[in-house]
Design a protein around this ligand. Sequence first.
Ligand code: ATP
Ligand code: MG
Length: 541
Amino acid sequence: MITVTDVSLNFSDRKLFDEVNLQFNNDNCYGVIGANGAGKSTFLKILSGEISPTTGNVSLPAEKRMAVLKQNHYDYEDQTVIDTVIMGHKRLYEIMQEKDAIYMKPDFSDEDGIRAAELEGEFAELNGWEAEPEAMTLLKGLGIPEHLHNQKMSELTGGQHVKALLAQALFGEPDVLLLDEPTNGLDAQSIKWLEEFLINFENTVIVVSHDRHFLNKVCTHMVDVDFGKIKLFVGNYDFWLESSQLASKLAADSNAKKEEKIKELQEFIARFSANASKSKQATSRKKMLDKITLDDIQPSSRRYPFVGFSPEREIGNDLLRVENISKTIDGKKVLDKISFNLGRDDKVAFTSLNDVAITTLFRIIMGEMEPDTGSYQWGVTTSQAYLPKDTSNEFENNNSTILDWLRQYASKEENDNTFLRSFLGRMLFSGEEVLKEVSVLSGGEKVRCMLSKLMLSKANVLVLDDPTNHLDLESITALNNGLIDFKGAILFGSHDHQFIQTLANRIIEITPNGVVDRSETTYDEFLENKDVQNQIKALYA
Ligand SMILES: Nc1ncnc2c1ncn2[C@@H]1O[C@H](COP(=O)(O)OP(=O)(O)OP(=O)(O)O)[C@@H](O)[C@H]1O
Ligand SMILES: [Mg+2]
């Protein structure tokens, strides 16, 4: 149904990919994978027509509609939820805007009258009067209750954000749904909900994700963006991963004869296809897997960045004291009398059913927002570095190069090109890449830049709001290990279970009625502790 013919894409002198020939068919779910910066979002933009390829073309039958959920979930923060959904039908929304502007005019001319009549005509043709009730039904169906429909997008939790944006994408009843990292910022429950939704969605789905579990659950095919090529594989993520690892092992082992390699691979494929019988496409997948040859499978070229934080000085006795902080945003109480006292060795995971509460708390203690009541005090020996969830402020409309962007955060001793280039090299920005403008960076590249900024700060306290968002698996591992070795204190929020489990020695759950605070605990112990969980349940009730 979507045919990609001879597509290539160059950004100035860099070739992102070429000779891409693929076909996407109905009823399948394609998982697009690849390292941060490989070109996944760009490929999706080519599919949706947002950008044109350097050569080649993409064709979709004329009567078919495509809808997109973009990687940046913060594009509509100032809009109401209901308007955001209606924007999914671009023309309809334009008409509504223009109409409203005319009716708002104090001096309504004859010309305005004629224009308004035209617009009303087109509005009716597009079934405009049904738009709002339809959008509301869609939102309610996705679990966004009516009282939120006229709230701003910025007030929604991560899970609700994605649901509202999904409602926007679904608003025009698309035949093809393109999703760019939809699970970013989603809690386990919302991810499960999205998985079920996609498994039951009958049209074509093309979804970019770094979430291995999610990919295995929903995908029938993998689309790997690597080596400047985009290749389609039958099967889910685990199959792709194991077979590509096997291929690289075999390629490295030059003594093995070609026939032996083929045999080993065929056996592996046979084993895998025998086990893969749970999915709905099991039989056809097995047939396709049986035809795979050694040449079809390539080792992957994924690389690990170097992530290490070394604080300039030790933290004294006091880390952070928070007393009675409350905050109401647009009439909604987000934080209610939050108090806690942190010590120098704390690596605290903040958890909550409402992730807006965590983000708000972090913004307050980082001085970005004033609390309504209450106060906080950092220890005099502390210095903080912050990775916010939404990094638009750093990168949007910013035409500095990566090199100059990072330079502003470097000390005098470290702000020369040689040092910065080698530093960026370890963060996987090599050669001319450091001269790229930061505004064009991919989601994961932006996070790698932010991590570089945090490393250069030499702070002894890190405040991280969902740091694994956007990162590929290699970078998540590198970050995880870097933080385990970190000698300072960490305050963080995360949706990644393993990340919390390996890092936190203290958990603070923020509920609408105060906190549940446990020191010297792992995340699993916290979750398994019945007293703790009962206490949390009571506070949410
Ligand atoms: N206009 C542009 N000019 C130059 N380079 C660009 C431009 N737009 C994107 N790039 C680069 O192209 C590469 C691919 O970007 P893209 O956003 O497609 O990556 P991605 O695979 O989606 O990565 P992520 O997993 O981090 O989201 C990146 O290295 C990015 O910096
Ligand atoms: Mg991307």
